[in-house]
Ligand binder design. Structure first.
Ligand code: KIV
Length: 311
């Protein structure tokens, strides 16, 4: 590196201390950007670990990008727990956030605490995230009182996207921006350690985040937030089809995977795979003995079943 140049790459995993809530607060205070990505299984968690991200969200976006549901609404606690356990096995240093799926927290504080405890105990996530303001503020307060750190989420909240008029930017009128700001303030007041802001005009985000004390993580909310989050499958180009305006693709992994599987298929069909490097060898004497056995004229399938290895 030339003198004066500064590396923005995270140090290798072994050299990094595990991410903590005080460290996140420090990063916000010093203006050091917080990098967050979603992960849903062991390989994606291992990639996040190796790439040195600060926080990993086991997002309910898994419903769409991993499980193939049309929205996030159908994913269950049991499904989120299977995915979260796999993510835990691939992570050492990033702070792990478990997303609470729709139906796991809205009905009562008791339900919210029970399910937050399930996520922490069964997956090993250190914190949980729940969506929206309103009743979620009470639920966040109850979970935090039970000793589990909570991340809030305002703006476009996919679990309630229908009520918000669909998957579209939020806070575009002064009235909606006030509501968004009030939700964020309320989540901060009950003790959320950070707040995700999704699909909000950059100028509105900018005005809001300067009035918040907790770290904010943006997704489609412009550059002013303390950090950014993207969905793993979107940023790698594993997802196909329509992408939200805020997604930047850093690779085209879907195309790479299809090409590789096509090449494999072609090689199987044309007898070019497997090659000598991909097969096991056998001692020629053992092979000759086995062939001798197969060549016995009296061999029947019933006898083969009874055959004892030769001394
Ligand atoms: O589920 C998810 O992936 C999310 C992020 C988009 C913040 O909630």
């Amino acid at each position: 590196m030339s003198s004066g140049a500064r590396s923005h790459t995270a140090p290798p995993s072994g050299d990094r201390p595990p991410m903590s809530l005080p460290r996140l607060a420090e990063m916000k205070a010093s203006g050091e950007p917080i990098v967050m990505v979603t992960a849903y299984d062991y390989p994606s968690a291992s990639v996040a670990e190796a790439a040195g991200v600060d926080m990993v969200l086991v997002g309910d976006s898994a419903a769409m990008v991993v499980l193939g549901y049309p929205g996030t609404e159908p994913v269950s606690m049991d499904e989120m727990i299977v995915l979260g356990k796999a993510v835990r096995r691939g992570l050492k240093t990033p702070l792990m956030v478990g997303d609470m799926p729709m139906g796991s927290y809205e009905a009562s504080n008791e339900l919210a605490v029970q399910n937050a405890q399930r996520l922490v105990k069964e997956t090993g996530c250190q914190t949980v995230k729940l969506e929206a303001g309103g009743i979620s503020v009470e639920r966040a307060r109850a979970i935090i009182r039970a000793g589990i750190p909570v991340m809030g989420h305002v703006g476009l909240t996919p679990q309630t996207a229908t009520a918000l008029g669909g998957y579209k930017a939020q806070g575009k009128t002064a009235k909606d921006a006030v509501k968004l700001f009030e939700d964020a303030l309320a989540l901060q007041a009950v003790g959320c350690f950070a707040i995700v802001i999704e699909a909000v005009p950059a100028a509105i985000t900018d005005a809001i985040v300067s009035r918040l004390e907790v770290p904010t993580i943006g997704i489609g909310a412009g550059p002013s937030t303390s950090g950014q989050v993207l969905v793993f499958h979107d940023l790698l180009g594993i997802t196909t089809g329509h992408m939200a305006k805020f997604v930047k693709r850093y690779a085209n992994v879907h195309e790479t995977m299809v090409e590789a599987v096509e090449r494999y298929g072609d090689e199987v069909r044309s007898h070019h795979f497997p090659e000598p490097d991909h097969v096991y060898s056998v001692d020629p004497a053992e092979l000759a003995q086995f062939r001798g056995y197969l060549d016995q004229e009296s061999l029947t399938s019933a006898k083969a079943w009874e055959w004892e290895p030769l001394p």
